[in-house]
Design a protein around this ligand. Structure first.
Ligand code: CDT
Length: 303
């Protein structure tokens, strides 16, 4: 069996005034706890280095750019990489990425996978950007991901590392079945998905009480229908007046939740994840080669 001990390192709120250095100290504390509990890899949330800045409308590009990382690792994040290497533990981290590509600045909502030697082995840029592009003052808070980020240009990758096949996605991606299926078609055995999910959804507040249900509904269905482990990790709690969902969870390929956070603060939950258990699904009810009928699904990609 290929048993991997995995930690979901949920973060409580990050204040707008909190520095990267302060946040990285929190991440390192969770990483040390993960190591003490035997973890091979620890997963952090989406945009884990700062407060969830798309809740505010900014027009000045310099003000926007200060939320982004121009290098990874950079001076403030290097201690996290050094600690990972020293402890021999991998990690998944979400952050806002600013790169020069073709002479132009590009902004992405990004996640990386780092192996036990502290080397970046995979990068993912968020595909399904939620929210809106313009200032909408009627909302209690903004959700301007469509303004601040471009759609990810790397697709959904799969990486052979840590004795398995790993995948990544970010937050809103988890609501879309195509995300998991594209990962599943590449044989992914464990997907890491960080999120920042407000409890209040301004366009349809009738669904506010369903945030926790919808989160687990999609993560559990994605795990089961593709025979993969899923590690869903929240930034949680009341952040700058906005309530964010917690309930970070590690989900087995059967769709069962095997570990879940019970606070909305910095909290680590761990699970022993046997990657060979994916075969129970991938070789049987969801044996894609035997049972999938892609000819019948053309509408999905043709529209
Ligand atoms: N960060 C992120 O993608 N959040 C969305 C919020 C709901 S849509 C405004 C989510 O899917 O959880």
């Amino acid at each position: 069996t290929r048993k991997l001990i995995v930690g979901a390192a949920q973060l409580g709120p990050i204040a707008r005034s909190e520095t990267r250095t302060q946040v990285v100290a929190r991440l390192i504390e969770l990483m040390r706890e993960a190591k003490a509990r035997g973890c091979d890899v620890v997963a952090y949330p989406e945009l884990a280095l700062t407060t969830f800045f798309p809740r505010w409308f900014f027009e000045d590009q310099a003000e926007i750019d200060q939320w982004f990382e121009r290098e990874m690792p950079g001076p403030e994040t290097r201690p996290l990489f050094d600690e990972a290497k020293k402890l021999g533990i991998g990690f998944y981290l979400g952050y806002a990425e600013l790169v020069e590509q073709g002479g132009a600045p590009r902004h992405f909502n990004t996640a990386i996978l780092v192996d036990k030697s502290g080397a970046i082995v995979g990068k993912y840029r968020k595909v399904h950007l939620p929210g809106h592009r313009e200032h909408e003052p009627w909302r209690a808070f903004q959700h301007l991901e469509k303004r601040y980020f471009e759609r990810g240009d790397l697709g959904f990758g799969a990486w052979r590392t840590m004795n398995g096949i790993m995948g990544m996605a970010l937050c809103n991606d988890r609501r879309w079945p195509e995300t998991y299926r594209v990962l599943g078609l590449q044989g992914v055995e464990m997907a890491f998905i960080g999120y920042n999910t407000p409890m209040h959804y301004p366009p349809v507040p009738e669904h506010d009480h369903l945030q926790g249900f919808h989160n687990h509904l999609v993560l559990q269905a994605g795990a089961y229908q593709n025979g993969m482990w899923i590690v869903g990790v929240a930034k949680a709690g009341k952040e700058e007046g906005c309530d964010l969902l917690g309930q970070s969870a590690i989900i087995a390929p059967t769709g069962e939740i095997v570990a879940m956070c019970s606070t909305v603060e910095d909290e680590l939950v761990t699970a022993v994840c046997d990657l060979d258990r994916c075969r129970e699904l991938k070789d049987n009810v969801f044996n894609f080669g035997l049972h999938r009928e892609p000819e019948t699904y053309r509408l999905i990609v043709d529209t």
